[in-house]
Design a protein around this ligand. Structure first.
Ligand code: G3P
Length: 214
């Protein structure tokens, strides 16, 4: 399973990269606005740190505008993946960019047919948003399971990138459901290696050793 970090903050990206198990980065306009930086410049900085896929979202909402913007974003680095919304216009832009050999990440996916359509259009990644479905009283994990089954039924190669992951249980269930990738905030990534019995067990090992040998 691949692990991406979901942020546009360079310190967080460096910290996650230093763990040695980071495969890529996702950004979106909200995350860039939080940093208050130029989107293109920040993407170039991220691409210097991480050599895996870096998702760069377009701001246009019409297909033609998305294609033009996507081509510009793709010039930043070979590992840029153009992020497009899962709309009719996004679908058309996905097909056009995929035909040119540009990898796309189809974002804001909330139902399985969006995932089926973008796979048909040649998307590299599809991003179902787990937490936002939970927020409105639907189980986001059901969507991951449905997309996994549809892609396996027809052997679509589009990767399922579980997004809007808010806590470790989301990650456990995404891994069990067969998501190919998860994009996760740093705070949650750090929780993946945490257990109170690990901490107390380690303290006891050291204390026992020191009692005899210190
Ligand atoms: O990758 C999508 C993510 O940024 C959305 O997360 O927590 O705002 O729903 P959230």
């Amino acid at each position: 399973m691949e692990l991406y970090i979901d942020t546009a903050n360079l310190d967080e990206i460096r910290e996650a990269h230093d763990l040695g198990v980071l495969d890529g980065v996702t950004t979106n306009p909200s995350l860039i606005a939080k940093e208050g930086v130029d989107y293109g410049k920040r993407l170039a900085e991220i691409c210097e740190i991480v050599s895996g896929p870096v998702s760069a979202e377009v701001l246009a909402v019409d297909a033609e505008g998305m294609i033009v913007e996507g081509r510009e974003r793709a010039k930043i680095a070979p590992h840029i993946v153009v992020k497009l919304p899962s709309t009719i216009d996004g679908l058309k832009a996905c097909k056009a960019l995929a035909d040119e050999g540009t990898r796309t990440n189809m974002t804001l996916c909330f139902q399985p047919l969006q995932a089926l359509m973008v796979a048909k259009a040649g998307a590299f990644l599809v991003s179902p948003f787990i937490g936002r479905l939970d927020d409105i009283g639907q189980d986001g994990m059901d969507l991951i399971a449905q997309i996994r089954q549809i892609y396996d039924n027809y052997n679509y190669q589009t990767k399922i990138l579980a997004a809007s992951i808010r806590h470790p249980l989301h990650m456990v269930n995404c891994a069990l459901a067969g998501a190919d990738v998860a994009t996760v905030p740093l705070k949650v990534i750090k929780q993946f290696m945490s257990h109170p019995l690990t901490d107390t067990g380690l303290e006891k090992f050291i204390a026992d050793y020191q009692k005899t040998f210190a």
